[in-house]
Design a protein around this ligand. Structure first.
Ligand SMILES: NC(=O)c1ccc[n+]([C@@H]2O[C@H](COP(=O)([O-])OP(=O)(O)OC[C@H]3O[C@@H](n4cnc5c(N)ncnc54)[C@H](O)[C@@H]3O)[C@@H](O)[C@H]2O)c1
Length: 271
């Protein structure tokens, strides 16, 4: 299927690693120009240079801390300086951390809410005015992908705050669609399931799930946690960042316009 994305411009927050890097590559494959916005600039720049070379798209990297409003505004401004338009915003930067309810303190609450939710609010506020104004890109157009989670549907032990941030992200998306749908700017929120990345704290997962692993064997906690989840899934395996990336790119194509304002359960059959 021809997605018709070539020449468009995507900003990916947290774009240097995990899902973000896979999404960047999938967009580049479709001919989409990129702003890879991440708190760590070195891997973001390396990825941007590599994708430019491999796919012939234009990709820039910005050192962006989504918790800082000015930093996020500069990300959107840099996109306009480089490309003159913003078509897609992927609100992807996020922390996946577990903490049982009785152990949640203010610092944990603040960190999770600030990165996972406030960061998405700042990025949406910075990008929507450019998306909605036909001066940028020649027509009012914008798709905002909220990187939600199965945790927005059901909270597991240890995931109270994470789940709360993902529900908040979806409500932010719903409000944006209602406020800006008439300008052809709206959000979609795929809820991904288990697709382990470097961001997972496998030791804390193993401990809170009561799984036994050998701390002296590198990646043993990752192995037991991955096996634990794989056994619960119908395919007998967990998901991959590459599968996530394909769905995100699809969500930005006009073929998905009927899914405006929807949560999409994309969690490999997790019960
Ligand atoms: N991995 C999964 O199984 C899974 C499942 C469902 C949803 N998600 C969501 O997908 C998103 C990406 O997850 P991931 O597994 O790729 O995470 P990850 O930790 O592997 O990558 C996160 C990226 O965000 C960057 N980042 C961290 N703090 C930042 C900040 N303040 N400003 C800008 N960038 C920052 C990191 O440098 C990193 O490149 C998250 O929102 C997560 O909640 C992940």
């Amino acid at each position: 299927m021809e997605l018709g994305l070539s020449g468009k411009v995507a900003i990916i927050t947290g774009g240097a690693g995990g899902f973000g890097a896979a999404i960047a590559e999938e967009y580049a494959r479709e001919g989409v120009n990129l702003v890879i916005a991440d708190i760590v600039i070195e891997p973001a720049q390396k990825l941007a240079d590599g994708l430019t070379q491999k796919y012939g798209v234009k990709a820039i990297a910005t050192q962006t801390n989504v918790t800082q409003k000015a930093s996020v505004q500069e990300m959107a401004d840099a996109a306009i300086r480089a490309f003159g338009r913003i078509d897609f915003l992927i609100n992807n930067a996020g922390l996946i951390k577990r903490r049982n309810v009785l152990d949640i303190d203010d610092a944990f609450w603040e960190q999770m809410m600030t990165i996972n939710l406030r960061g998405a609010i700042y990025a949406s506020q910075a990008c929507i005015p450019y998306m909605a104004d036909p001066q940028y890109g020649g027509q009012s157009f914008g798709r905002i992908i909220m990187m939600s989670s199965s945790s927005a549907d059901h909270a597991s032990a240890g995931m109270a705050i994470y789940s709360t941030t993902k529900v908040g992200l979806e409500m932010l998306g719903q409000a944006i669609s209602k406020e800006h749908g008439h300008q052809n700017v709206f959000a979609i929120f795929p809820r991904f399931g288990i697709a382990p990345t470097a961001g997972w704290d496998f030791v804390s997962y193993a401990n809170s799930l009561g799984l036994t692993y050998n701390p002296d064997v590198p990646d043993d906690a990752k192995r037991v946690v991955t096996e634990y989840y794989a056994k619960q899934l119908p395919l007998g395996r967990v998901g991959t960042p590459e599968e996530v990336a394909k769905l995100v790119v699809l969500c930005s194509a006009s073929v998905m316009d009927s899914m405006i304002n929807q949560s999409l359960n994309a969690w490999w059959g997790r019960g």
